[in-house]
Design a protein around this ligand. Structure first.
Ligand SMILES: [Fe+2]
Length: 280
């Protein structure tokens, strides 16, 4: 589309990466104004594919924040992560051989962002500001995982809750918040997405330390079995970053892990507020 022109719904096209996870949204220049219909089309694609990306964007932090705000209220960057001055919702991640990272890097284990929070973020936006090799990130479609479970396993997990803990609590969050993060939060193992109404498995073995009500060994075995089932290649989409990519994922129906960190790259991250997971 022509630069500066208002984006209309008809400008938007979609290229699916897999039948139901991961899609490239084309025809949108986020530096230009977006009509409501154009944004509604992007949201529709987001809900259909769980992870979307837009390539070759020339955003600055302010434009990124403006776009993120259309998805909902942004969370402030946690106390131990580096936020941009004047834009507390924009976290800066730096992977560099020369500079120490500003923020905690994206973990290499499977997780859904900040699942130890009582109201984990609904969505995360990650924008590759620069970097020649920006690494890759993998996603799992947790709707498809739940659907593929045997009926008796579905019934079992629908009755259970998992205890999610922070693996590295924020050192400057204060004693109370720190203790709460270590104590963790219980969420249903199966959650209903408030927009799509679909059920998704909600767990990852590194962060869910216990399925409430089960014996310790049974709990561990079940969680590990479920993650192994969930992370089979048939449920996974791997995204190779390029400079200018804006990636947006839905934490309510996907897991992710950073497969490789890029060299000398900078990323901006914004998390959009979510809701208490709805048991399904
Ligand atoms: Fe993450």
């Amino acid at each position: 589309m022509a630069q500066g022109k208002v984006c209309l719904a008809a400008d938007v096209s979609v290229v699916a990466m897999t039948p139901d996870l991961g899609a490239e949204v084309r025809g949108v220049d986020l530096c230009a104004p977006l009509s409501d219909a154009c944004f509604a089309r992007i949201v529709e694609i987001f809900h259909r594919y769980g992870v979307i990306y837009l390539r070759e964007q020339a955003l600055d932090a302010r434009l990124l924040a403006r776009f993120a705000a259309r998805f909902g209220e942004a969370e402030p960057t946690p106390s131990d992560e580096h936020a941009l001055p004047g834009l507390p919702q924009v976290g800066v991640l730096v992977d560099s051989t020369r500079t120490a990272g500003h923020a905690r890097p994206e973990p290499s284990y499977w997780h859904s962002d900040r699942s130890h929070d009582a109201t984990p973020p609904a969505a995360t936006l990650l924008y590759a500001v620069n970097g020649a090799d920006t690494g890759s990130i993998e996603f799992v479609n947790m709707y498809a995982v739940f659907s593929a479970l045997a009926p008796e396993k579905q019934l079992l997990v629908q009755k259970l809750r998992g205890l999610h803990v922070a693996l590295s609590p924020e050192p400057h969050a204060g004693v109370e918040a720190n203790t709460a993060q270590r104590r963790g939060t219980e969420h249903p193992l199966v959650r209903i997405h408030p927009e799509t109404g679909k059920r998704a498995l909600y767990l990852a073995k590194e962060v869910v330390v216990r399925a409430a009500g089960l014996r310790e060994e049974d709990s561990r075995k079940l969680i590990e079995q479920l993650e192994a089932f969930a992370t089979q290649p048939r449920f996974v989409y791997a995204h190779r970053w390029r400079k200018g990519d804006l990636l947006i994922w839905d934490n309510r129906c996907t897991l992710h892990r950073m497969l490789s960190h890029g060299s000398d790259r900078t990323l901006y991250r914004i998390r959009v507020r979510g809701e208490e997971p709805i048991a399904g």
